[in-house]
Design a protein around this ligand. Structure first.
Ligand code: ADP
Ligand code: MG
Length: 585
């Protein structure tokens, strides 16, 4: 993204507060104009004083008084105006930073998994924090320095030209040098700084990935290795950063030298003009004060460019994520469906992850409300994909998924998902209390409801064993609990949600046989009076299904009741004899 466009985008993020921002900008321009008064008044006073020898005391004071009064007025005005701007700008920047952060957070939470997968959660978090901080800094800079620097230079150069074009030409040469030098260095360092930022992101990802797996790191005695890897990444950041810093140091040296030379030249040229009677002492003083004001502003502009150059890659990363349009989103005319009955129909559904190999195709089946259907088949056969299409993790490439004869694409995502409860193989729990985790299913659930759901999910007993009961915190991803306990919590959570449709994707596959029996019992309670779709590897758990769909290579190759299929001599029959054969040996 071009720097100017990037900066414009940053300012755009002031969004709703554009009006305040507009007023602040206006006040800023007034402030700059007021600041010009000082050198002009100073010059006038000096000129009056040089004529003082030919004046009476009283006459001198009458001549000086208006200048002094004006000076006091402008002085007060700049103090009040400057403080107000600083205060309001500070507040605005802080407030917007959090708004931007919230928007980003909401956005990434809505991105479907496969659109997030290229970016590790650690990386996404780093982009969020650093991007919003970079914006905060640039907003503050805009109201404090950038805008007034820009306005000053635009206003001061013509005034300087008007005052004395010979001296002003020197200032213009200085401006040109500043622009050329910074522009060249910007171009030189642009891609370098991009590389630095990429290394920074790798570093953030490594840290977060390692922290998420501390148990693994410790048990495999990998602490030193992980630290070494981190050191390698840090070294890369530092190595990549050094040349960029050197280039900007060169800018500083060049800019300083040019400035010193210019001031010296102005002084010499001024003295010469004075000897020719072309300029007064007061005019020289005014001009030198002007020149130093311009120089300060130009230096600010350079340091701002430097800062923007350093932050640009962060901002680009931030906007890249923000601009990723979720592939699954509400259609403009989408409606919340309310509570559905739960009749599910797949009509010729096909889907591919990469646009080449099909994950599922020609899926046709109907599940009546309250029925339980089992999806079986080898790993990679397309079962999870089929059910992901039902709760719109993806949208099908072909065909339609209907619930209660309504295409699910016409429903709002939220409305659809309120009707579907999912229990995954992994329980997915927050590092919060048990009750907070359960209330994910129903935010306003009372303690009675929590207790009831926990009881049905066979979770009450272990919850009551916790010191703090429902208030016990369960650690990151629920690590303070056993696998079976975690899974029973996730069943209780879905019971509280009480959706008409239930998806169980290998909900018990990760559990040992004893625990599986308990969770299985909980799931049977959960699936009562709901349309239930179960993916299971252990066929014993789907005996009671109303019918079975057998998947192979992304297609449904057999369907019918458990006993029909078991005797039909096809794939399912083979699976049955294999599993039950093994278990009876
Ligand atoms: N997120 C994904 N990105 C790309 N391919 C995927 C993804 N998830 C699954 N697949 C592929 O799609 C096919 C079906 O997978 P899946 O539906 O998970 O099978 P099952 O649940 O029956 O084991 C497999 O070939 C798998 O490799
Ligand atoms: Mg699966």
């Amino acid at each position: 993204m071009h720097f100017v466009r990037l900066y414009a985008r940053v300012l755009q993020q002031l969004g709703q507060d554009k009006r305040v921002a507009g007023w602040l900008s206006f006040a800023n321009v007034l402030l700059v104009l007021a600041l010009f008064a000082e050198p002009i008044l100073f010059g006038r006073i000096i000129d009056t004083l040089t004529r003082a020898s030919s004046m009476a005391h009283a006459e001198l004071w009458t001549a000086l008084w208006p200048y002094i009064a004006a000076w006091i007025f402008f002085g007060l005005f700049t103090i009040v105006c400057g403080t107000t701007i600083a205060l309001l700008a500070d507040r605005l920047a802080h407030k917007r930073r959090h708004v931007v952060l919230r928007n980003y957070f909401e956005h990434i939470l809505q991105l479907p998994a496969h659109q997030r997968h290229g970016r590790h959660s650690g990386r996404l978090m780093k982009i969020m924090l650093q991007g919003s901080e970079a914006m905060w800094g640039l907003w503050l800079g805009f109201f404090r320095d950038h805008l007034s620097a820009f306005v000053s230079v635009i206003v001061l150069i013509p005034i300087a030209l008007y005052m004395n074009w010979q001296l002003a030409s020197l200032l213009i040469v200085l401006c040109v040098i500043f622009v050329v030098v910074t522009n060249q260095v910007l171009k030189k360092t642009h891609s370098m700084q991009g590389a630095v930022e990429a290394h920074h992101s790798d570093l953030a990802e490594h840290v977060s990935d390692t922290l998420g797996n501390v148990a693994l790191v410790q048990s495999f005695a990998r602490v030193r290795h992980e630290v070494e890897t981190l050191k390698g990444l840090s070294d890369r950041v530092v190595r990549a950063q050094f040349p960029v810093l050197s280039w900007w140091a060169v800018v500083t040296v060049l800019v300083r030298s040019a400035t010193t030379l210019t001031v010296l030249s102005i002084l010499l040229l001024g003295l010469w003009l004075f000897t020719q009677n072309l300029i007064t002492v007061g005019e020289i003083v005014t001009f030198i004060v002007f020149a130093s004001m311009i120089i300060v502003r130009l230096e600010q502009a350079v340091s701002f460019t430097n800062r923007l150059a350093m932050e640009a890659p962060r901002l680009v990363e931030f906007f890249d994520v923000l601009d990723t349009l979720p592939q699954v989103r509400d259609l403009p005319q989408a409606q919340a469906p309310g509570r559905l009955q739960g009749r599910i129909e797949f009509k010729n559904v096909a889907f591919s992850y990469d646009g080449q190999t099909t994950a599922v195709k020609s899926l046709n089946f109907v599940v009546e409300p309250g029925q339980t259907v089992a999806l079986v088949g080898a790993s990679g056969a397309g079962k999870s994909t089929a059910l992901a299409l039902l709760h719109r993790v993806f949208d099908p490439d072909e065909g339609q998924v209907l619930i209660d004869d309504q295409d699910i694409k016409t429903m709002t995502l939220e409305g659809l998902r309120q009707n579907i409860g999912v229990v995954f193989q992994e329980a997915l729990l927050f590092n919060r209390s048990i009750s907070d985790n359960l209330r994910v299913g129903k935010p306003d659930a009372t303690l009675d409801e929590l207790t009831q759901a926990a009881k049905q999910a066979q979770a009450l007993e272990f919850i009551e064993r916790q010191h703090e009961g429902f208030n016990a915190r369960i650690g990151e991803r629920g690590r303070a609990l056993s696998g079976g306990e975690r899974q029973r919590l996730s069943v209780a959570r879905v019971l509280l949600k009480d959706p008409p449709i239930l998806i169980l994707d290998e909900a018990t596959s990760a559990l040992d046989a004893d625990t599986e029996v308990r969770v299985q019992a909980a799931l049977e309670v959960a699936s009562k009076n709901r349309t239930t779709l179960v993916i299971a590897h252990r066929l014993s758990t789907v005996r009671h299904a109303d019918f079975v769909l057998v998947f192979d290579g992304g297609q449904i190759v057999e369907s019918g009741s458990f006993s029909e299929l078991a005797q039909a001599g096809g794939i399912f029959a083979k699976l049955v004899s294999h599993q039950f054969g093994l278990s009876t040996k």
